[in-house]
Unconditional design. Structure first.
Length: 188
């Protein structure tokens, strides 16, 4: 079941114009609805994407990697993460199923094609007790074919969040208290 959405066009336009340092001249219809629930699976370490921000020639793009400066919680569709080279094999994840609050934003800012996410998955220490493993254990680089990285601001909480989407829908949401989209790109 999709969540109810509300008009967030002014915020999406402001974010676009700040991020890209140019006027918004085109709107893209949101080809998906927001999921009502996802699984909290771990923490985000970095987002990698391609963008033409700051470019006079809009066909020029640069690759960017934003290393998370603060805490970043990662939510994913249950069963979404798959083994590289073996898409039929799911990566087992642990974490609670979380319901998202209504309303959700109707408008968002497309930041660019997703190159990948770096994240660390929770492990279950005891029944119901989740931990982040030490070192590189549980760290993954996630790539999603034909995916885009988007940003929106929750219309009630004011929280900025990132999300990974394809024409099929939203697959991953990343949140964090210090997350912002500014003239220098993703921050927090």
């Amino acid at each position: 079941m999709a969540l109810r959405v509300v008009d967030t066009k002014p915020q999406a336009i402001k974010t676009f114009e700040t991020f890209y340092a140019r006027e918004n001249v085109r709107e893209i219809e949101m080809p998906f609805g927001w999921p009502s629930k996802m699984q909290e699976i771990g923490v985000g370490g970095a987002e990698m994407y391609r963008s033409n921000k700051w470019k006079k020639n809009l066909s020029d793009h640069d690759d960017y990697k934003h290393v998370a400066e603060g805490s970043r919680t990662v939510y994913a569709e249950p069963g979404f993460l798959r083994q590289w080279g073996s898409p039929q094999r799911r990566i087992e994840v642990v974490g609670p199923i979380v319901r998202f609050s209504e309303p959700m934003p109707k408008h968002f800012t497309r930041l660019g094609p997703l190159l990948g996410l770096q994240l660390q998955l929770y492990q279950e220490k005891k029944k119901g007790e989740l931990i982040l493993p030490k070192g590189d254990e549980g760290r993954y680089e996630v790539r999603v074919a034909r995916a885009m990285l988007g940003s929106a601001k929750h219309p009630e909480t004011g929280e900025v969040f990132l999300f990974v989407y394809t024409p099929e829908g939203v697959h991953v949401i990343l949140t964090g208290g210090s997350l912002t989209i500014g003239k220098d790109g993703i921050a927090g």
